[in-house]
Design a protein around this ligand. Structure first.
Ligand SMILES: [Cu+2]
Length: 288
């Protein structure tokens, strides 16, 4: 944990304390919390780096804001017409002009280096490290998932309507699906994303993923959740995709490798008889 992360999380818990809010609620730790101000807990190395980078930016921005504010206060008191009735006619100052060009450039370079490193890190997992591939397809208005390495295993994931939500099972209204995506922990998973109809966006805050799914195109990213962070993670479609855009949640259940193997056997049975999702080509044929 960097100094920035410590500083920032300290600040957030102080703010929570001030408002008498508690961080712990009935919701699971990974779920969105009422009055949440900071990120959800990071579950992947990518999200950890994003949080770290965010905290670094916050410190840099904070210092700049304080500096500019200080300058303005100084000007207001020192150079108002009462305190300074006879203004100077100074128009140029070479030292100042060089300084206010060079210093921002240096600040931008300090920001650009970790930013680029992070961009490349989150873009693709190295080919030799990928252990599993999961294909995500966005539809109006649900998601479907294909376990590319497991033959025919694919299924749709629809939101559970309010009236069928069972709170005792840990289900959360508007954020629960009938078929959760189950993935093993400690496994580098390549995500391939596309859409059938319009743009959608597969967003999973705890994983640091928010990626458009585009019809006719495949986008790639990756994630890896360590076994200490086994649990249920929730996200939502984050690209305005039609009237039911707000009703296509994403639920990823990260389980141990053993439990995953057990789930695979069950899932292959359960989803074996499901008719393949209708493709655009099939739909068009039906229309003709
Ligand atoms: Cu959508």
């Amino acid at each position: 944990m960097s100094i920035y992360t410590k500083l920032f999380s300290g600040l957030i818990s102080t703010v929570y304390g001030l408002f008498g809010l508690s961080l712990g609620t009935a919701l699971a730790q990974n779920d969105p919390q009422p009055w949440q101000m900071n990120f959800r807990p990071a579950a992947t190395p990518v999200m950890e780096d994003i949080v770290e980078f965010h905290n670094l930016l916050l410190v840099i921005e904070g210092l700049i804001v304080l500096f500019v504010l200080g300058l303005m206060v100084y000007i207001v008191f020192k150079f108002n017409s009462k305190a300074n009735p006879k203004p100077t006619k100074t128009t140029h100052n070479s030292f100042l002009e060089v300084a206010w060009t060079v210093i921002p450039v240096i600040i931008l370079i300090i920001i650009a280096v970790p930013s680029m490193k992070l961009l490349f890190f989150m873009d693709k997992a190295p080919e030799d490290q990928v252990e599993m591939t999961l294909k995500v397809t966005g539809h109006q208005w649900y998601w479907s998932y294909e376990y590319v390495d497991e033959g025919e295993l694919s299924f749709d994931s629809n939101m559970i309507p309010d009236e069928d939500i069972d709170v005792s099972k840990g289900q959360v209204r508007l954020l629960e699906v009938d078929n959760r995506v189950v993935v093993p922990a400690d496994t580098t998973i390549r995500l391939l994303m596309t859409a059938e109809d319009v743009l959608h966006n597969w967003a999973m805050p705890s994983f640091g993923i928010k990626m458009d799914t585009v019809p006719g195109r495949i986008n790639e990213t990756w994630f890896r959740v360590p076994k200490e962070k086994i649990g249920v993670y929730r996200g939502q479609c984050s690209e305005l995709c039609g009237v039911r855009h707000g009703f296509m949640p994403i639920v990823v259940e990260v389980v141990s490798k053993k439990d995953y193997a057990r789930w695979l056997v069950k899932a292959k049975n359960e989803f074996a008889n499901i008719v393949e999702p209708t493709t655009v080509a099939q739909k068009q044929a039906a229309i003709r």
